[in-house]
Design a protein around this ligand. Structure first.
Ligand SMILES: *Cc1c(COP(=O)(O)O)cnc(C)c1O
Length: 450
């Protein structure tokens, strides 16, 4: 077997030896600009050679601290040992048959793991796909087949993907939807409990927002027309918004009372990211369907819809699937990733990351009023930046400037939020605590220089 050069064996250090991006990255960037469609962006155009643990190494020999995990994907680290071992063995055995042509055990084993790990002890089944958007699309198909209704309710600040239906489900116009319509019909958007920006304050936000949302559904759509309510238990692209306490249970109860399928989109928040297997466990929510992707397979493309057996079985035989859905190599990787999460107790690691990050960020907030809010759970933490803590006017410029300063110092961070003013931190759950603190030092220095 060839010697592994990335993954866990990669030196766990920050190293900045050129400008970032360096000359070799700039050369590749010129080739990229000529060959790759302009619509496909990159947060930081440094070209990767190896990655693992908490670092990303580039073609110029720089080693960046990774606070992004490829958008919450490499939670077990890049090229994690069990992922590489299982996926490599599978690659040598067979790469594809199409599960709909001749099946294989790995697909079934992933569905068994999903049944065990997702909330609730009812009978569950799963179907596997390639991307998060595909999983959300299929959750809607299944809910419509089960309820024989059409309407889908989603929330302000929600993000569910870039396909036609999931663009319709997504709240934000730029960059996700602008110019790409017309969008799928029968999609209705209602308020979410965004505590920091709720007019009467965070304490009242959960029940008030739930009442508003339910009132809109009842009056504008009609509960009896709604097939599914789709929500992220922690809203990701929308700005790491944790719906204020009480909101999710009220909405889930409303769904149950009205025969509506409650879908938790845990594509970003699932698989230990928030310090629990799934973020909806925090308030004891048991969704009817749950969509997963990102962290599920250590970097290989895999997604799933998991839920109550009677709902999952509502779609007719042959109605679900896809050529590559549940690819055997991706399934092997998922089994390796789940094994790693269990063995290293990555839920505990995520909670420790939260403790370190929130402690340091709270101290920074005292010094830097630009930090309006600190929020999130586990290793899904964000700061919302404002021009003035009294008016809470969003400061997207500060988020951009901070991200730029972090990148120049060798720390990869991402931005998000409806107003573009949120800096989000999604480190791999296996990151060392020294690197985590070094990353926070860089953020503190960048805040001071703002
Ligand atoms: C990323 C994301 C999606 C879309 O997943 P893709 O794999 O990019 O299609 C859907 N929902 C949520 C909550 C996400 O974070």
């Amino acid at each position: 077997m060839t010697e592994l050069t990335g993954g866990p064996s990669l030196p766990q250090e920050r190293r900045v030896v050129t400008a970032i991006p360096g000359p070799k990255s700039l050369e590749l960037q010129a080739r990229r600009t000529a060959a790759v469609a302009a619509g496909v962006g990159s947060t930081l155009p440094v070209f990767t050679t190896r990655a693992g643990g908490g670092v990303i190494e580039d073609v110029d020999g720089n080693s960046l601290i990774d606070f992004g995990s490829g958008i919450a994907v490499t939670s077990v680290g890049n090229s994690a040992e069990a992922v590489v071992r299982r996926a490599t063995a599978q690659l040598a055995d067979f790469t594809h048959t199409c599960f709909m042509v001749t099946p294989y055990e790995g697909y079934v084993a992933v569905c068994e793991q999903l049944a065990e790990l997702t909330p609730g002890d009812h009978a569950k089944k799963s179907a596997l796909f390639n991307s998060g958007a595909e999983a959300v699309e299929n959750a809607v198909k299944i809910a419509r087949a089960y309820t024989r209704r059409q309407a889908v309710v989603v929330f302000d600040h929600g993000y569910h993907g870039r396909t036609n239906l999931t663009m319709a489900l997504t709240a934000k116009n730029m960059p996700y939807k602008h110019g790409f319509g017309p969008f799928a019909p029968e999609v209705y958007r209602v308020p979410v409990a965004y505590g920091y920006r709720w007019p009467t304050g965070p304490e009242n936000c959960g029940p008030e927002a739930a009442a508003q949302a339910i009132d809109q559904i009842t009056k504008q759509v009609g509960a009896e027309n709604v097939a599914a309510i789709v929500i992220e238990p922690v809203l990701g692209e929308g700005g790491f918004i944790e719906p204020a306490k009480g909101f999710l249970p009220r909405i889930a109860q409303f769904a149950q009372d009205n025969g509506i399928v409650f879908v938790a989109d845990e594509i970003q928040s699932g698989f230990c990211r928030t310090g629990q297997w799934f973020a909806c466990e925090d308030e004891g929510i048991v969704p009817d369907l749950i969509t997963t992707a990102k962290g599920i397979a250590g970097g290989l493309p895999l997604a799933a819809v998991t839920g109550r057996a009677e709902i999952m079985d509502a779609a007719h035989p042959g109605g679900l699937g896809g050529t590559y859905g549940g690819n055997p190599v991706a399934c092997a990787a998922a089994l390796g990733a789940i094994e790693t999460m269990r063995e290293l107790d990555l839920n505990a690691k995520a909670r420790r990351i939260e403790e370190v990050m929130k402690g340091r960020l709270a101290a920074m907030q005292e010094k830097f009023p630009v930090i309006g809010d600190i929020r999130g759970r586990g290793a899904m933490i964000a700061i919302e930046l404002v021009k003035d803590p009294a008016t809470k006017e969003p400061d997207a410029g500060a988020a951009g400037a901070l991200a730029k300063a972090c990148h120049a110092a060798g720390l990869l961070v991402l931005t998000c939020g409806t107003y573009g003013n949120v800096l989000r931190f999604l480190p791999p759950l296996v990151i060392g605590e020294d690197l985590l603190n070094e990353g926070l030092d860089i953020i503190e220095t960048a805040l001071a220089a703002l």
